[in-house]
Design a protein around this ligand. Sequence first.
Ligand SMILES: Cc1cc2nc3c(=O)[nH]c(=O)nc-3n(C[C@H](O)[C@H](O)[C@H](O)COP(=O)(O)OP(=O)(O)OC[C@H]3O[C@@H](n4cnc5c(N)ncnc54)[C@H](O)[C@@H]3O)c2cc1C
Length: 476
Amino acid sequence: MFTLKEPQIEIGRPSHALVVGGSIAGLLAARVLLNHFDRVTIVERDRFPDEPVTRPGVPQGSQVHVILTQGQRILEQLFPGLTQELTAAGAPTVDWLADWKFFGIGGWAPRFRSGFIGYTTSRNFLELVLRRRLSQSERLQFIESTQVTGLLTNADCSRITGVKLRHRTETDTTTQDQSRELAADLVVDATGRNSRMPKWLTSLGYQPPQITVVNSFLGYASRWYECPKEFVADWQGITVMSQPPSISRGAVLYPVEGNRWVVTLGGVAQDAPPNDEAGFLEFARNLRSPIIYEAIKDAQPLSSVKSYRRTENRLCHYEQLDRLPEGLVVVGDAVCAFNPVYGQGITIAAMAALTLDECLQQQFQRQHGNLIGLTRRFQQRLAKLNATPWMMATGEDFRWSTTVGGKPQRINQIMQRYIDTVQQLMLKHPSIYRAFLEVVHMVKPPSMLFHPSIMARVLWLTINKRSISSEMTVSR
Ligand SMILES: Cc1cc2nc3c(=O)[nH]c(=O)nc-3n(C[C@H](O)[C@H](O)[C@H](O)COP(=O)(O)OP(=O)(O)OC[C@H]3O[C@@H](n4cnc5c(N)ncnc54)[C@H](O)[C@@H]3O)c2cc1C
């Protein structure tokens, strides 16, 4: 049973934290806020469903969500026993190297038992379980069907003191809106990509943050299937990558709880998959390998095809602002939303939650129980945390000449060539494949790929201009 450590809160210390947005970043922030505040409130515009279904505020819930191993480890740290709970409810356990077929730049990656284990679950189910866990705390309150419409401040607008709310009550015949205010010592914005914080800050006389957008115009389409009972395969999941600069299409077949597969097709450079049944299958058939098509062509669909197009990388530079009000932090996609193909969002939200926890701990030790300076310190640390995944995601997107929002720097181009060679090498060297996956799953830093043993092989291959891929038999 999950229990929260009861905090020793000093008298007179800020006691109420309010999180705007009850999706993954908001839930994870709320989890760590419980370590520091007497009361935590999550305000969410949607009504929370009792089942793991996609809700209007999180339309991406119908698309595949890979939870990277680093993210899984932090989730387990924040919610002990979560992995067991998810897997007991049917989330498959996978050895990422043995159970996954990965068709990368050079061909099929080797497969072997590695002990590099994770689970696969639907995003909607994960959110439901996290919400249920948090609702066990008597110090946490969910306010649903309620939209935050603005911020409350002290007289000179230097400190956020709460939020303005609009609560919606719907009956069969009427819809009624009620406005009210709610005071808080700390307000956390976790409202996702469409966060209105830049506008709210402007209305209080602050500069909005600069926003960097890098868009590879990736479109997703997903369909959910029942895993066929008679289906026999030596894999649990499959990834078929696109291949810049010319092959814009890729896909993933991802097993989730309930004996289901979610199949997500993606096309970069506005080559989005169609959302009709025949077009979806045809797109799958024309990937670099038809293996996913062959798996799903006779499988029983459980949903229609769901499309999603808002996939650009979007970074709000709160850390660069000269002035920010106290009593506010911004987390999750509201600060940095990534091209989802790299599966980073939830893991970064989890890492940010740990950072917030640390910042609050230091804050209350150093600042005698007040929150002065927290906003700036946290946003600066978050910016540092976001820098590497941002570079990884945008660096990959810049491989496509159609990507807008900047140009790859020379260093990026050199790195891309280096990573391409690593991807060729990993076809022959299981240890390099493992290192590559550990970096992708954020368990190891990218510098791991520059270990002398890997670098030496990359240099040797580059100098000899020998293509390993031509020696490989591309097998299905
Ligand atoms: C297509 C797609 C696929 C993805 N795939 C992956 C993946 O494979 N792996 C991964 O780790 N990440 C993935 N992500 C990213 C992941 O979904 C997010 O990073 C993650 O959900 C955290 O987002 P968030 O909580 O910051 O915001 P969101 O999930 O967008 O949630 C924002 C919440 O705020 C609420 N809200 C908004 N405005 C208000 C308001 N004014 N008042 C009250 N409530 C409000 C919304 O209703 C919603 O609940 C993907 C994203 C997309 C779009």
